[in-house]
Design a protein around this ligand. Structure first.
Ligand SMILES: [Zn+2]
Length: 159
């Protein structure tokens, strides 16, 4: 049984749904999340994976709304769990450029925003297609002279 690490009494933790929020660029995002509450002091504990999922959903809202501010871009990058240097390598820009976007010394590039938004959407929906496209651009695969495509699945129903 887990106990509170925050109070002297070491109260027992029990499951409960609790509100959590994130503020990004003047917008407050609020959600009810699974948590553990201390029976003694009432302190709430949220699992890291729950908070990461919440932040990913906040990033998704920012992407869907087309928010293009530096703080929104930074929030989306962090929600993806990416370091600035990792994202810079994927987007073929310098880490300094990422920093300039995030600190609003320069407007965030729209293409970069679209890609980061797509990475957020993919992650929410359990896909990796955008990440794979970006990786392929970094390390192109050898492509044969002739490539046979199998489209039978696409047209089976309409036939
Ligand atoms: Zn406590």
């Amino acid at each position: 049984m887990k106990r509170c690490t925050d109070c002297d009494k070491g109260g027992v933790l029990s499951p409960r749904t609790a509100e959590n929020s994130r503020e990004v660029g003047g917008h407050l995002f609020v959600a009810f999340l699974p948590a553990q509450a201390c029976s003694s002091c009432g302190k709430l504990y949220f699992d890291t994976n729950v908070l990461e999922r919440f932040e990913l959903h906040v990033a998704g809202k920012l992407a869907d709304a087309g928010v293009s501010t530096g703080p929104a871009f930074r929030f989306m990058r962090k929600a993806l769990g990416m370091r600035a240097t990792d994202l810079a390598a994927l987007l073929d820009v310098s880490a300094e450029t990422i920093s300039r976007w995030e600190t609003e010394k320069r407007a965030v590039d729209r293409g970069a925003l679209a890609l980061v938004g797509a990475l957020v959407r993919d992650t929410l929906e359990g896909r990796t297609s955008t990440l794979e496209l970006l990786r392929a651009l970094r390390e192109p695969r050898a492509l044969a002279k002739t490539i046979q495509l199998d489209l039978s699945g696409d047209f089976a129903r309409s036939a």
